[in-house]
Design a protein around this ligand. Structure first.
Ligand SMILES: O=c1ccn([C@@H]2O[C@H](COP(=O)(O)O)[C@@H](O)[C@H]2O)c(=O)[nH]1
Length: 278
C-alpha cells in the first residue's frame, strides 16, 4: 500500500511539482556555453552566467540542478558562485538538487552528507546525487541526514550514458545491479517520506521495475542527449510518472543569455513534458 506523503521530502517535492510542473533544469556552465553567451571563461563569466540562470529559472523551474563539476573547475571561487546559485534558486522558490554524485565509505560519506545536506553548510541543498558503487549501505549517513532534515538523496540506478548498461544491468544473484538499487531505495521510502530518489536516464529502455519506489525519479537526457518529451511516456510506461522528474541542461541553456528567452525555453520544455505525460 502507498504510504501517505505527509512528512519528509515528499510533501516539499509534491508541492513544488504541483505548482511548477515536472521539470528539472540543470545549470551546467560549460566553457562553450559561456562563450556562446558572450561571457569570459573565468570566475566573472561564471558568476554572470549563474546570475542569469537564477534570475530566469529560479521563479519557474520546480527543481534546479547545478552540476557541481562545472563550478569545481574554478576552485574556491567556483564554489563561492555555487553557494550563490543554491541560495538564489531557493530564495526564488525552486528546490535545489546538487549534482555532486558523491559516494565513499560511511565515515567519509558522513562528511559529504554534512557538506550537502547539513543546515549549517554553505553548500546545503534540498537534495544531492550520490553513487551506490561502494554499496547502497555506505550511503546510510546521507540517507539519514536527508531523512532528518526533510531533504532527499538521488541514487544512480540506470544512468543516461551508453556505458552504464554493462555494470547497471549486470546480474547480481538473479537481479540486475540497478534493480538492487531500486529495491533498496523502495525499502527506505516505505515510511512515505520519499527520502530516496533515483537517477534513471531518459535516453533508452532502462530494464528495471520501478513500480515500488514511492519516490522521485530524476531522468536526465532530455534535449542535448537526444531524448524527447514523447520518449518519456514510453521509457517510463511502467513507472508512476507522478514521481518522474525529467531533466534538461544544455537543451534549455542554449536559449540564453536573454532572461526572457531562457525562461520561455524552460516553460516550453516543462509544458511539452506535461502534455507528453498526461
Ligand atoms: O545519468 C545521468 C546522470 C547525470 N547526468 C547529468 O545531467 C546533466 C545532463 O546535461 P545535458 O546538458 O542535459 O545533457 C549533466 O549535468 C550530467 O552530468 C546525466 O546526464 N546522466
Amino acid at each position: 500500500m502507498t504510504a501517505p506523503p505527509s512528512s519528509g521530502f515528499a510533501p516539499r517535492y509534491r508541492e513544488v511539482i504541483g505548482e511548477r510542473g515536472r521539470l528539472c533544469v540543470g545549470i551546467d556552465p560549460h566553457a562553450e556555453l559561456l562563450e556562446e553567451w558572450g561571457l569570459p571563461v573565468s570566475i566573472d563569466g561564471l558568476s554572470r552566467f549563474a546570475d542569469i540562470c537564477v534570475e530566469a529559472l529560479g521563479p519557474v523551474a520546480a527543481v534546479i540542478k547545478p552540476q557541481v563539476a562545472f563550478f569545481e573547475v574554478f576552485g574556491s571561487g567556483g564554489f563561492a558562485v555555487l553557494e550563490k546559485v543554491i541560495r538564489g534558486a531557493q530564495a526564488a522558490g525552486a528546490l535545489v538538487l546538487a549534482d555532486a554524485k558523491r559516494g565513499d565509505i560511511g565515515s567519509t560519506m558522513q562528511a559529504y552528507a554534512t557538506a550537502w545536506l547539513g543546515d549549517a553548510s554553505p553548500l546545503c541543498s534540498d537534495a544531492v546525487t550520490v553513487s551506490p558503487y561502494l554499496g547502497f549501505g555506505s550511503l546510510a549517513p546521507a540517507v539519514e541526514a536527508a531523512r532528518a532534515t526533510e531533504r532527499g538523496v538521488f541514487v544512480l540506478a540506470r544512468t543516461s550514458n551508453p556505458e552504464g548498461a554493462r555494470i547497471q544491468l549486470a546480474d547480481a544473484d538473479g537481479r540486475a545491479v540497478g534493480q538492487t538499487v531500486v529495491d533498496a531505495a523502495a525499502v527506505e521510502n516505505a515510511d512515505g517520506s520519499a527520502t530516496v530518489g533515483l537517477v534513471v536516464g531518459a535516453t533508452r529502455a532502462h530494464g528495471l521495475d520501478l513500480g515500488a519506489l514511492q519516490g522521485p525519479i530524476l531522468s536526465p537526457g532530455l534535449g542535448a542527449q537526444g531524448a524527447t518529451p514523447a520518449d518519456l511516456a514510453e521509457v517510463f510506461a511502467d513507472a508512476d510518472t507522478a514521481w518522474l522528474l525529467p531533466a534538461s541542461s544544455r537543451g534549455v541553456l542554449r536559449s540564453g543569455p536573454a532572461i526572457g528567452e531562457l525562461r520561455s525555453a524552460c516553460e516550453r520544455t516543462r509544458d511539452e513534458v506535461e502534455s507528453a505525460l498526461r
